[in-house]
Design a protein around this ligand. Structure first.
Ligand SMILES: Cc1cc2nc3c(=O)[nH]c(=O)nc-3n(C[C@H](O)[C@H](O)[C@H](O)COP(=O)(O)OP(=O)(O)OC[C@H]3O[C@@H](n4cnc5c(N)ncnc54)[C@H](O)[C@@H]3O)c2cc1C
Ligand SMILES: *[C@@H]1O[C@H](CO)[C@@H](O)[C@H](O)[C@H]1NC(C)=O
Ligand SMILES: *[C@@H]1O[C@H](CO)[C@@H](O)[C@H](O)[C@H]1NC(C)=O
Ligand SMILES: *[C@@H]1O[C@H](CO)[C@@H](O)[C@H](O)[C@H]1NC(C)=O
Length: 463
């Protein structure tokens, strides 16, 4: 036997080692035919969790801000829990992790958990949607129940909580994930799976920036592009995916040892106009800002940007948890979301084969992007569907709601003048009836209320 290259019947490249990429890699290895000799190379210019995934808040539940079950929420929830289990078992069985306290819910001191299973609490803050939310709560998933609770019950969970409408929605089965630790462990699980295959499988992490996917064409059976908000840089794909970028800053707050009122050990994380992802009794992450159209990919946050974020988030968090005023800024990180358009099913990721855009062979190039603000929820199930489609060279295994972007015409409108030009263009496309409008910020400020489709204007999905 000479080199690995000739050993493997199928060779796949996965670009990007975030939630999307690592999930696809896991499913390529584990959902392929048992006798197939298969090799997966995962490329990332920074490393595992180098993009938005590594900094994300890690909050996980299957509901919309109004408490409605999201599109295919049951499947997404189930497959995500499955991957969390895979990652937890690989880290607890690994010698590089020392003891059972690492496993997650046994020790929740700062950064010392992979999955914190303490539930999530959403205080009701809008009287108009209260009845709707209560109705939605009654239609929740049995595997992730939503309890409607009043102030007394809420105070037992989080003392000094402030419920403006004396009502909150509690998801006891929801959780928050330490995204870096989770991704590292899931990759470790991929390596273990390859090892256990006794040479049948191989997975390698390649730290390299890919600037043109055609370079990889000859080497691989298929290339799965999971580059998050940077997918737009690839030749052939620039401007072809209906994505808007949105930078988010997350602040890290600590409560000084000498200060009273630490967060209760078993207390849930909180979702409101700002969210609190609890890391421990004196550690939490508070997020997140929404800077639309930012092109700043840096995870570093300057002192100036951090204090702006703090000034924006603190009043929102303090409205439901006034104690937060006592906590101090200990750091901040940022990531760039790749936001897909809002459809009648909500904001859905963009998947599909993109040979026609890139100009390669057939079933060669695939995209898995636009995970928006819910990458964690979506990555498990969609990573599985993606791997199935790639392995069998059949795009139809992907739900059409996720591939429909390929059949749409993208018009970007950034000013009133452009709107007029675009409307003319729009008319010629009406027969296709599928048109996406991307509207740049600032446009609405110009006082034009005549946008034919208000939906994409909505200011993002809120956790
Ligand atoms: C502030 C913030 C908070 C969030 N909170 C939550 C949350 O609580 N829950 C939730 O579910 N989601 C949350 N999200 C959303 C979530 O982070 C994203 O949906 C998800 O991370 C997208 O995953 P991805 O794998 O598509 O992209 P990414 O994680 O961005 O992965 C892309 C990878 O590709 C690599 N890469 C890019 N270009 C190249 C290249 N040319 N060559 C090689 N490698 C390259 C990058 O280094 C990166 O590692 C949050 C996002 C932000 C910004
Ligand atoms: C696994 O793949 C890598 C990269 O493709 C290659 O360098 C290595 O030789 C392979 N390992 C085996 C055991 O084939
Ligand atoms: C949890 O971990 C911290 C830091 O590693 C340690 O100091 C503490 O004793 C641990 N607590 C428990 C209950 O194991
Ligand atoms: C991106 O943000 C960082 C941190 O706030 C800042 O230092 C850097 O200058 C920004 N980069 C660009 C291109 O704006």
């Amino acid at each position: 036997m000479t080199s690995g290259f000739f050993l493997y019947a199928s060779r796949y490249a996965v670009l990007g080692a975030g939630f999307a990429g690592i999930s696809v890699a896991w499913h390529l290895l584990n959902d392929s035919p048992k006798d197939l000799r298969l090799s997966v190379d995962v490329y990332d210019e920074i490393g595992i969790g180098g993009g938005a995934s590594g900094v994300s808040g890690g909050l996980l539940h299957p509901y919309s801000p109004k408490g409605k079950l999201l599109w295919h929420g049951a499947e997404c929830w189930r497959e995500c829990l499955e991957l969390l289990n895979v990652a937890e078992s690989s880290s607890s069985s690994s010698s590089s992790y020392t003891s059972a306290t690492e496993k997650g819910d046994t020790n929740e001191s700062f950064g010392n958990f992979m999955v914190r299973r303490r539930g999530i609490l959403r205080p009701a803050t809008n009287a108009k949607t209260l009845d709707l939310m209560s109705d939605n709560a009654r239609n929740c998933l049995a595997s992730c129940v939503v309890e409607t609770i009043d102030n007394d019950v809420a105070q037992d969970l989080v003392p000094n909580l402030c419920l403006p409408l004396n009502r909150a929605f509690y998801y006891p089965g929801a959780m928050n994930v330490n995204p870096q630790r989770y991704l590292q462990s899931l990759f470790l699980a991929c390596q273990n799976s390859a090892k256990a295959s006794l040479g049948r499988q191989n997975i390698t992490l390649v730290k390299k920036s890919i600037n043109d996917v055609l370079e990889l064409e000859g080497e691989y059976d298929a290339v799965v592009i999971c580059l998050g908000s940077k997918v737009d840089f690839l030749p052939g794909l620039t401007g072809k995916l209906p994505l808007r970028t949105c930078r988010g800053v997350i602040t890290h707050l600590q409560l000084h040892e000498s200060a009273s009122g630490s967060y209760p050990e078993g207390g849930p994380s909180i979702l409101s106009d700002a969210w609190l992802a609890v890391q421990g009794p004196r550690d939490l992450h508070m997020g997140s800002t929404w800077e639309w159209q930012s092109r700043n990919y840096s995870s570093d946050v300057s002192a100036e940007e951090a204090s702006r974020a703090l000034a924006e988030l603190l009043p929102k968090a303090s409205a439901v948890y006034p104690e937060i005023e006592k906590w101090e800024l200990a750091g901040a990180r940022a990531g760039l979301r790749a936001m897909p358009p809002v459809t009648s099913h909500g904001s859905l990721p963009l998947l599909g084969c993109v040979d026609q855009l890139i100009g390669g062979g057939s079933c060669k190039f695939w995209v898995f992007g636009g995970l928006g603000s819910r990458g964690l929820l979506y990555h498990g199930w969609l990573g599985k569907l993606m791997a199935k489609a790639v392995l069998s060279c059949n795009e139809e295994l992907i739900p059409s709601e996720l591939t429909s972007w390929k059949r749409k015409t993208i018009l970007t409108i950034s000013s009133t003048l452009k709107l007029k030009q675009s409307l003319r263009k729009l008319r010629s496309h009406l027969a296709e009836d599928l048109v996406v409008l991307l509207v740049q910020p600032g446009f609405r400020d110009q006082g034009s209320g005549c946008c034919p489709n208000q939906e994409p204007l909505r200011c993002g999905e809120r956790w």
